[in-house]
Structure formats: structure tokens, C-alpha cells
Design a protein around this ligand. Structure first.
Ligand code: ZN
Length: 354
């Protein structure tokens, strides 16, 4: 074996491949990666990835409107890191798929899928739940062609599995929640989610249905309660160690074609990815108070869909600070274990010309 038979974590941008190459079980250190040029990275023998890439190849067909296979992979999934020059990317793909001689001569496109434009379907659904009906849907009036709303939501749930994470695998081990102190300091048992009668409407919950909003750092937790200068804010710490969450941080970049079980769903995931990115951007965008009731609705819909289908929460960038928000649907389990007080001394604003 030579250095040409190994590639490293830095060859890829794809989160699944990077995680795989980080695992302790795969330990081969190559002094300098032949493909991306990184030094002393944990590497894998390329043939160990062949089966995964063969499955991915099955999601494509030859089409003169497409691109050479390495370019198609990069366009559709941003699979390879920027360290990899185009010629090395081609060499690596040939090594990954040794039994496919036409990779660099034929052109490839992802196969067509049942829902070619999930964003349009989603926009129609959002319009319906905002302005037409909220509890019951008559399929034909939603204009989904031959497919039903249930078909669409089932496909959404299949694709969203590629963004599912176990909380225990997250880098953040501590989570924070803040409350503005009005009078005396809160007992620690009151630092969790509010009781149902006090739960106001939020991105991840309807009024009256409490969820637990947490932040990845103290500053974000404090910013989330929008305190005025001079006010005292109490920040509690939570240790959250288990649960399945939808990860919409970093523009849904955790998604990977290798996280989809069925080959037939790979092309579908690709078209759903743009929808997931749009939802992630929407969650990270501030919404002014006057618009909140209607603008929160689509996210509340998604959260109930996730909760009904085995998810324990959702993770997304904060719209008011640099950190992230973790929302947990079950408010009974997490317990705050200690808290500190902060006095707000100054507000910071970031603006742009409207
Ligand atoms: Zn490399």
C-alpha cells in the first residue's frame, strides 16, 4: 500500500465522513495526505469507503445535462473540502469507485424524485396554516398534485433523519436559561419551563403549551430574555445528556447523503436540503413583535411534527446572539442545578441599513 491508498478527514467537508474518520477505531496516520496535502491526519484506507460511495452512485443516472461524477458530487453535496484541488478530487473519486470506468467521461445527474420542489409545497402549506385553516386540511385544496399532505410530511420526516443528532454527541454539555428577576431571586425549581398557563407563544411552541428553551452560553441565554440595562437576570445551568434532536445549526450542514438509509431517498434528500436551509435561516432571523403570532406558526407546526415522530427537541442558531438555542419538548425531565445573578450594564446593537 502507498499514500495513494489513504485519504484523511481534511479531504472532506461532509459531516458523516469527517465523523467516521474521527473515530478511534480507524487509526492510520499518514505524514502528508496525498490528496489534500494535510499533515499528520488520521486517515482511512480508501477502499473502506467504496461501499458508501457505490450507494451514493446509485442515486445518479447518466444525463448529458449533468456533470462529471466528481463535479456532480461537489455541486450536489459540497462533499469535498476546499483543500482538495480539482485534479486530486478526480483521482480520489476514481479510487473510491474503482469499478466504474466512466466517472470522468460520462455526465451524471441525480435521479428525479416525487417531490421536485418541496419549498413550493411548504410555502403553500405555510400560507394555508397562516391564513386559511389550521387544524384540518383538505388535501386537494392544498394543490399537491397527485400526492397527499401525508406523503409530503412522511418524506420530510425521512429526510430530516439526516439531521438528527443524539444530544450526548454534541460538544456543548452545559445549557443555560435566563429569567429577568422581578423582586427576589427565583428558587431553582422555578428556573425551568413555565407552567402551561404562563407559557407564551414562541418559535417552538404555541401559547399554553410549554417547552424548555435553552441556550448554549450565558450571554445568549441573557440576550434571549431581552433585559433592559439595570435589570438583574438569573441564569440557571442545565446538564442535558440524552435525547434526539434536529440539528439546524450552520445552515443544516450536518446533513449528509450517507446518513440516509435507502438509496432512493438520497436524491429526495438533495431537494429537501434547500427547504431545511430555508427553515434554518428563518429560525435564526429575528421576528418583530407585531409579526410573531403568524410568523411563528410554521416553526410551531414543524416542532409538533417532530415531537409526534420521536424527536425530543430542536437545535438552531439564536436570532439575538452568537450562540445556539436548544428547545426540549418534554419539560418534566431537565432540571436546573444551580444559578447565578447578572446585572445588565449595557445593550449592544448590531444594525444594517434597511
Ligand atoms: Zn486529506
Amino acid at each position: 500500500m502507498t499514500d495513494l491508498d489513504f485519504c484523511c478527514q481534511e479531504c472532506f467537508r461532509d459531516s458523516y465522513l469527517r465523523e467516521l474518520l474521527n473515530k478511534d477505531s480507524i487509526k492510520a496516520i499518514v505524514s502528508k495526505c496525498y490528496y489534500c496535502g494535510s499533515k499528520k491526519q488520521v486517515s482511512i484506507e480508501i477502499c473502506e469507503l467504496t461501499e458508501s460511495f457505490e450507494k451514493l452512485f446509485e442515486a445518479y443516472w447518466e444525463d448529458s445535462a449533468g456533470e462529471l461524477f466528481p463535479d456532480a458530487l461537489q455541486r450536489d453535496w459540497s462533499l469535498f473540502s476546499k483543500l482538495l484541488p480539482a485534479d486530486k478530487r478526480e483521482e480520489l473519486v476514481e479510487k473510491l469507485l474503482p469499478n466504474y470506468p466512466d466517472l470522468l467521461t460520462a455526465k451524471y445527474l441525480l435521479k428525479q424524485t416525487k417531490f421536485s420542489d418541496p419549498k413550493a409545497i411548504w410555502h403553500g402549506l405555510v400560507k394555508t396554516i397562516r391564513h386559511e385553516r389550521r387544524w384540518f386540511f383538505r388535501e386537494l385544496q392544498l394543490g399537491f398534485g397527485g400526492s397527499t399532505l401525508q406523503d409530503f410530511l412522511n418524506t420530510f420526516l425521512v429526510c430530516v433523519e439526516s439531521l438528527a443528532r443524539d444530544i450526548k454527541d454534541l460538544d456543548d454539555k452545559k445549557w443555560y436559561r435566563a429569567r429577568v428577576v422581578l423582586g427576589t431571586r427565583y428558587k431553582i425549581k422555578y428556573m425551568g419551563a413555565p407552567p402551561p398557563e404562563k407559557a407564551t407563544s414562541g418559535r417552538a411552541n404555541s401559547a399554553g403549551i410549554p417547552v424548555l428553551y435553552l441556550a448554549s452560553d450565558e450571554d445568549t441565554a441573557i440576550a434571549e430574555v431581552r433585559p433592559d440595562p439595570g435589570e438583574i437576570v438569573q441564569v440557571a445551568f442545565f446538564k442535558i445528556t440524552e435525547g434526539k434532536v434536529l440539528d439546524l445549526r450552520d445552515n443544516a450542514s450536518y446533513s449528509s447523503p450517507f446518513r440516509v438509509e435507502e438509496t432512493d431517498d438520497i436524491a429526495t434528500l438533495n431537494v429537501f436540503l434547500s427547504l431545511f436551509k430555508e427553515i434554518a435561516q428563518g429560525l435564526a432571523t429575528p421576528i418583530v413583535k407585531a409579526d410573531r403570532v403568524l410568523k411563528y406558526l410554521p416553526y410551531q407546526f414543524i416542532c409538533e411534527l417532530l415531537q409526534a415522530n420521536g424527536f425530543d427537541g430542536i437545535l438552531f442558531p439564536s436570532s439575538v446572539s452568537r450562540g445556539n438555542n436548544l428547545v426540549l419538548f418534554d419539560v418534566t425531565k431537565p432540571k436546573a442545578y444551580r444559578s447565578v445573578l447578572h446585572r445588565v450594564t449595557r445593550h449592544y446593537f448590531e444594525t444594517m441599513r434597511a
